[in-house]
Ligand binder design. Sequence first.
Ligand SMILES: C[S@@+](CC[C@H](N)C(=O)[O-])C[C@H]1O[C@@H](n2cnc3c(N)ncnc32)[C@H](O)[C@@H]1O
Length: 321
Amino acid sequence: MKQERKSRREGARDRSTVFTEEPIVGEKLDYELLDSGNGEKLERFGDIHLVRPIAHAIWKPQLSASHWKAARGHFQRATGGGGRWKWGSKRVPHSWILQVDQQRFVLKTTSFGHLGIFPEQQQQWRWITDLCESQTEEIEVLNLFAYTGGSTLAAALGGAKVCHVDAARGSVDWARENANRSGLGSHPIRWIVDDVQIFLKREIKRNRRYHGIILDPPSFGRGKKGETWKIETDLVPLLELCKSVLVDKPLFFLLSCHSPGFTPQVLTNLINDVVPNGGERAMGEMLLQGGSVQDLPTGSFARWHSDEKIEASVEEAKESE
Ligand SMILES: C[S@@+](CC[C@H](N)C(=O)[O-])C[C@H]1O[C@@H](n2cnc3c(N)ncnc32)[C@H](O)[C@@H]1O
């Protein structure tokens, strides 16, 4: 099993010649926070530099204005909400590929300023992959609000079976594309377009259980049929549902979010009601690491993992219930 997982990861690494449709931009295919300040961040995605808003970056930028002006695109918030891209003289491709460790993401400049990746999740992705990979038994992982699949790919690269849930078909299609690009096209991943609460209630009825759960809820969202998601009122009931789909001896739980006020300690207090006593806990800010400039906090995470190895598969666990 372990050998099989290892070769799956190596398989993903060896596919560098396969990607012919989009230009592979830059030699290193990587991400960098170049600077932040004046309510904005300057980032490099491959060799494409972009400026996007981030309200709390109220300090002074460290780089000169000429670095910021050289960006190929600048997303500016509109006063009534939303916003628009302002383009420089050099065109940004319709889509391009960005590599983060062994994950490959198709990036696009969307009309709401997202690109299809939250690079501050990289530390969590590494943690997920390593944890899944360290297991000798097959494990099942549930990824909620799964967006373009960064955590799904991380768990799959660690050899886990994954269930990926998001209400937006466009996000799920995008995540599937990322899985294909990362060499995980035939990996066991269930791709579900649904509201997370409705999906979990259905899973409870089906008696399905997971060894690990990941969730990165937005402040506000919409389910598949327009159901409203509000983090302040809906997160606690959702965590209760999550608890009901965890196996008796779970492996891990990871909650992250970008909502103001949801500090690492708030998230820790919330997951303490879900996970068993003991095990290892960690919490912190999610950071875009600046290298030569200041780090930029963008959200918080809290996570727990068991210090015991998983002993039985989900099927066996179900049978013993
Ligand atoms: C972008 S991610 C969250 C990332 C980040 N935490 C943030 O604040 O933007 C949000 C994802 O949750 C999905 N989503 C929002 N409400 C949902 C719901 N009720 N059920 C399932 N997915 C939902 C969206 O489609 C989107 O892909």
